[in-house]
Design a protein around this ligand. Structure first.
Ligand SMILES: [Zn+2]
Ligand SMILES: [Zn+2]
Length: 143
C-alpha cells in the first residue's frame, strides 16, 4: 500500500480513525515532507492550524502508526521519523554527516530480506535495513 497522492481523509476512514483537522494536517505534513521528525511535523501543522500542542501531534502520529497508515523509522542516533510510504518494506539510506534520509527499494524481487536464514520460530512481517554512508552534498563539502 502506498498512500501518497490520496486524500488523508480516506486513509483515516480506511483505518477506522475519526477524521479530525489535526489528523489531516499531520498526514499532509508527513506526506509532503517524508522522514520528518515529530518537531518538524508539529511546526508545519502549526503553519496550517495555528496553535497545536506538540503532545497532540505526538498523539496523532502514534495513533496513525498504530493504525498502519504511517510508518515510523528510527535510525540510530536520530529522532523517530515518519513517512506515509508504508507496507512496501522499502529501506533507507542515511547520511552520517547531515542525517539526510533517502528511500531505497528492497534489493531484489519482492522482499527477500523478509525471509531470514533462520526465523527462530518468529512470524516475520517487516525487515528494516539502514544503509549508512555519506550523501553527495556532504561528500562534496568534505573535499
Ligand atoms: Zn549528508
Ligand atoms: Zn522511507
Amino acid at each position: 500500500m502506498h498512500t501518497n497522492g490520496v486524500d488523508p481523509r480516506e486513509w483515516l476512514r480506511s483505518a477506522g480513525l475519526r477524521v479530525t483537522a489535526p489528523r489531516i494536517a499531520v498526514l499532509n505534513a508527513v506526506a509532503t515532507q517524508p522522514h520528518s521528525d515529530a518537531d518538524a511535523v508539529a511546526a508545519s501543522v502549526r503553519d496550517v492550524l495555528g496553535s497545536v500542542s506538540t503532545q497532540a501531534v505526538y498523539d496523532v502520529l502514534h495513533a496513525c502508526v498504530r493504525a498502519g497508515i504511517l510508518r515510523r523509522i528510527e535510525p540510530a542516533g536520530s529522532a523517530a521519523l515518519y513517512e506515509t510510504r508504508i507496507g512496501d518494506n522499502h529501506h533507507h539510506l542515511v547520511c552520517r554527516g547531515c542525517g539526510a534520509v533517502v528511500d531505497v527499494d528492497c534489493a531484489v524481487g519482492a522482499a527477500p530480506c523478509l525471509e531470514p536464514s533462520d526465523d527462530h520460530g518468529f512470524v516475520v512481517d517487516e525487515a528494516e535495513v539502514v544503509f549508512w554512508g555519506v550523501c553527495p552534498i556532504c561528500r562534496s563539502t568534505e573535499r
